[in-house]
Design a protein around this ligand. Structure first.
Ligand SMILES: Cc1cc2nc3c(=O)[nH]c(=O)nc-3n(C[C@H](O)[C@H](O)[C@H](O)COP(=O)(O)OP(=O)(O)OC[C@H]3O[C@@H](n4cnc5c(N)ncnc54)[C@H](O)[C@@H]3O)c2cc1C
Length: 452
């Protein structure tokens, strides 16, 4: 009897953790903006790839959660972030063309993802040199008000002489919708014949004999299985540190997740109805905005309600707090101070816009906690791992530490990650500049820095 129980026990254990005989070519772990972009870029190259995501096919939490991110292009001469944003826009066009290819009518459009609108930047006078550098030889169309008189004339704004205003105008600058972008990337991956495994959480990632052993738990049934792969791309957002702890443990100290908050505010409907058509137009044209003060207040229109009144999303780029439990942080409520800060800064912006909307006219609708994955320099990594601190492991790429800048460059980061894993060359100057800023050369320097 004892023997029989033991046989049943071991058979069940074996069945609940099956190892596939098949060795995958590339496995991408994490189906947020970065992993989905990487898996799409690999699919675009005609490569077999498996994308693994712990959530269901509808993305409900993670750094990419939401329906609006600022997509801005303006930057100083040879700025890598402008290059990455513009590359992402052109890669997104490829995706749209691919999705429409073979369809009887055009089912997909850039406008499903991007809302083109002016972007307003507010700077304090102390950053005049930075502004001058930004605008020197600038090829992107912009308007600039260096003092209160020009701000009144160009934007109808009432500001003090201690601040300056720039407004960027470019197609596909404005906001992008991460939810829609993820859906379209997944469609592109599937249409290429590649697979996406949802509800599969990677619980262990090891490399044995040159092959990755990836243990996966089905989040619905609790069953485990092991899959094998020649190459792996880690794109688990804030969970990257935990995911790669056995193969590249240093990423855990180079990337730290921090909590941020997002508030959603609406304008009192009576007050909004009282605005003139011109005032409503002005409000619409004045979003998104980034006030580059010490906290970096940023705000954008998440959506319009049936009466065309905007729901404003508000956050502070530097208002970050430590995280005690990464799994629980997403459900943390906003503090009364965070809600107050959101309303105060929005009311202050309306005052600058000379619109008659006050603190008391703003209603907090909802809010949620979210996570930035931060590197020391706030520049993301798209990098191979290292063996013995200097030798490159070209079978592995990590894409992470995306801070608050990742979304606008999504497909460009994915392209760099795909090129790295396939060892594809691109010798263009800006591509190389971005690759070194994000990649392994930088990782080696960062590791030396933390060792000293
Ligand atoms: C509040 C906020 C505002 C932002 N604003 C802007 C902006 O205005 N403009 C801009 O350009 N960028 C912005 N960003 C940055 C941008 O949204 C992020 O850089 C980007 O979404 C990061 O995507 P990701 O794929 O790296 O991470 P995630 O979206 O978190 O994706 C990681 C995925 O991996 C999955 N995963 C994790 N662990 C496992 C595992 N073990 N097994 C299987 N799957 C796993 C997760 O479920 C998740 O889907 C903002 C970010 C935040 C948080």
């Amino acid at each position: 009897m004892k023997k029989l129980i033991l046989i049943i026990f071991f058979s069940l254990a074996f069945l609940s953790c099956q190892t596939s005989d098949k060795i995958e070519n590339v496995v991408v772990i994490g189906g947020g903006l970065m992993g989905s972009s990487t898996a799409w870029e690999l699919s675009k190259y005609g490569q077999p790839v498996l994308l693994i995501e712990q959530q269901d096919s509808i993305y409900t939490f993670g750094s990419s959660f939401g329906e609006a991110r600022i997509s801005r292009s303006l930057g100083p001469n040879q700025d890598i972030f402008s290059f990455l944003q513009q590359t992402s826009v052109s890669e997104t066009k490829n995706l749209i063309d691919f999705l429409n290819d073979g369809e009887l009518e055009e089912l997909h459009a850039m406008e499903d993802i991007y809302t083109t609108s002016p972007i307003t930047y507010i700077y304090s006078k102390s950053r005049l040199n930075e502004v001058e550098e930004l605008l020197n030889g600038q090829t992107i169309k912009y308007e600039y008000a260096s003092n209160s008189e020009e701000a009144e004339e160009k934007f109808g704004m009432k500001i003090s002489d201690s601040i300056m205003v720039i407004r960027e105008f470019k197609q596909y600058s404005g906001t992008l919708n991460p939810k829609v972008l993820i859906e379209k990337l997944h469609k592109g991956i599937s249409k290429s014949g590649n697979r996406i495994s949802y509800n599969q959480k990677v619980t262990s990632l090891k490399k044995e004999g040159g092959i990755y052993k990836i243990k996966i738990t089905n989040t619905k049934t609790g069953t485990d299985k092991i899959i094998l792969s020649k190459k792996v791309v880690a794109a688990a957002g804030p969970y990257n540190g935990t995911l790669v702890k056995e193969i590249a443990p240093y990423f855990g100290s180079l990337i730290s997740p921090k909590r941020l908050f997002l508030s959603f505010l609406k304008i009192d409907s009576v007050k909004y109805d009282m605005l003139t058509i011109d005032q409503k137009k002005k409000l619409k044209e004045s979003y998104p905005v980034a006030y580059l003060n010490s906290e970096i207040f940023y705000s954008m229109i998440e959506e319009f309600n049936e009466k065309d009144s905007p729901l404003l999303k508000v956050g502070g780029h530097f208002l970050r707090t430590d995280i005690e439990d990464l799994d629980k942080v997403w459900s943390m409520d906003l503090t009364p101070q965070e809600i107050k800060w959101s309303k105060e800064n929005t009311a202050d912006y309306f005052m600058k816009l000379d619109l008659p909307i006050k603190f008391s006219d703003l209603e907090y609708v909802r809010g949620y906690s979210c996570v930035y994955s931060l590197t020391a320099s706030e520049i993301p990594y798209v990098s191979h791992a290292l063996i013995n601190e200097t030798d490159i492991d070209s079978s592995f790429v990590l894409i992470g530490g995306m801070s608050g800048v990742g979304a606008k460059g999504s497909l460009a980061y994915g392209l760099v990650a795909a090129d790295l894993i396939l060892r594809k060359r691109n010798d263009s100057f800006m591509y190389q500049k971005s690759k070194s800023a994000l990649g392994t050369e930088r990782l080696i320097k960062d590791l030396k820095h933390i060792a000293n």
